[in-house]
Design a binder for this molecule. Structure first.
Ligand SMILES: Nc1nc2c(ncn2[C@@H]2O[C@H](COP(=O)(O)OP(=O)(O)OP(=O)(O)O)[C@@H](O)[C@H]2O)c(=O)[nH]1
Ligand SMILES: [Mg+2]
Ligand SMILES: [Zn+2]
Length: 292
């Protein structure tokens, strides 16, 4: 007889996991041919004093990012939402939000846009929040010392599995602590010299909060490589403001970069797609040349 568990982290040939119903934590061995990742649902058999994974159930999606050579690397499985955290400091790097949105769209993960450290400058993200709300995204302005700023966000996390994303030092772990006090994450200080985070979180780990019945996945805040090698049409699919004009270009294989009769370019000229989004799209497509 086997029982179903959810993987919370993996080591060399063992995985830590929690029971899907009673959330009891155990550690189990897995054979080399199975490669469980955080968030996987697995079948486990109990032999004498040992637990062993016999099967990984089919993943409905997985959150991925590029390794140092642009290859797709699976980080976590069965993720409902991605909480993209940005902060006043360290300031978001250019295109980081749109890059995460491309991954979210590709893997079918609902994005939650969180703008943290609002205490440092309440107006810093005003235009961005405005723009992305108009696009239809859920946005949240937060401060890790003020619980009233996370009430709506907490409600959104209940009964779901959410992966935290964002640069090191933006406050992913701090916000999780505020929303789920029973979950203990490490937090770090920003470096005085660089103003950047120190990569306090070093392994991908899923935490369960029983109050909210929420799972939260914290992963190291590194995203220097970000998107793996992708085609222009896959990137365009992540720009939801392009949707209305898709299929209207002169050429069916249009990459919306320089082609004549491009419906996306026309929409930009007519102000139906914002310039800063189109420019970001062009930069992201262009950045793919580094993987070539
Ligand atoms: N002023 C201010 N500081 C904050 C806020 N949220 C977090 N911090 C501080 O920012 C620093 C980094 O926070 P962490 O929660 O460790 O950041 P992280 O995103 O988890 O970083 P990594 O684990 O390295 O990816 C800590 O010193 C926090 O106290 C906030 O809303 N306002
Ligand atoms: Mg952290
Ligand atoms: Zn086009």
């Amino acid at each position: 007889m086997t029982e179903t568990y959810r993987v919370t982290s993996t080591q060399k040939n063992t995985a830590s996991m929690i029971h899907t119903e009673n959330h009891q934590a155990i550690s189990a061995f897995f054979p080399r041919k199975l490669k469980p990742i955080c968030g996987d649902e697995v079948e486990v058999e109990h032999l004498k004093s040992e637990f062993r994974i016999t099967r990984i159930n089919k993943r409905f999606n997985s959150f991925c990012r590029a390794d140092s050579r642009g290859r797709k690397q699976h980080i976590a499985a069965n993720v409902d939402q991605i909480m993209i955290v940005m902060a006043v400091k360290p300031e978001p790097t250019r295109d980081i939000l749109n890059r995460y949105l491309v991954v979210a769209e590709k893997e079918g993960i609902t994005p939650l846009l969180v703008f943290n450290k609002s205490d440092m400058d309440p107006l810093f993200f005003v235009n961005t929040i405005n723009q992305y709300e108009k696009l239809g995204y859920l946005t949240f302005k937060t401060y890790n010392q003020d619980p009233s700023t996370v009430v709506d966000l907490k409600r959104q996390l209940a009964d779901k599995t959410t992966i935290l994303a964002g640069q090191s030092g933006v406050g992913k772990s701090s916000l999780t602590e505020l929303m789920m006090p029973e979950v203990k994450l490490k937090t770090g200080k920003l470096s005085d010299k660089t103003g950047k985070g120190a990569h306090t979180t070093s392994v991908t780990q899923m935490y369960h909060d029983s109050t909210l019945n929420a799972n939260i996945i914290d992963s190291p805040g590194v995203w220097e490589y970000g998107l793996w090698s992708m085609e222009a049409h896959e990137i365009a699919a992540g720009f939801i403001d392009f949707d209305d004009f898709m299929g209207q270009c002169k050429f069916s294989n249009c990459t919306h970069i320089h082609e004549p009769g491009c419906a996306i370019e026309l929409a930009v000229k007519q102000g139906k797609i914002k310039n800063n989004r189109f420019e970001s799209y062009l930069r992201i497509v262009d950045s793919m040349k580094y993987w070539a």
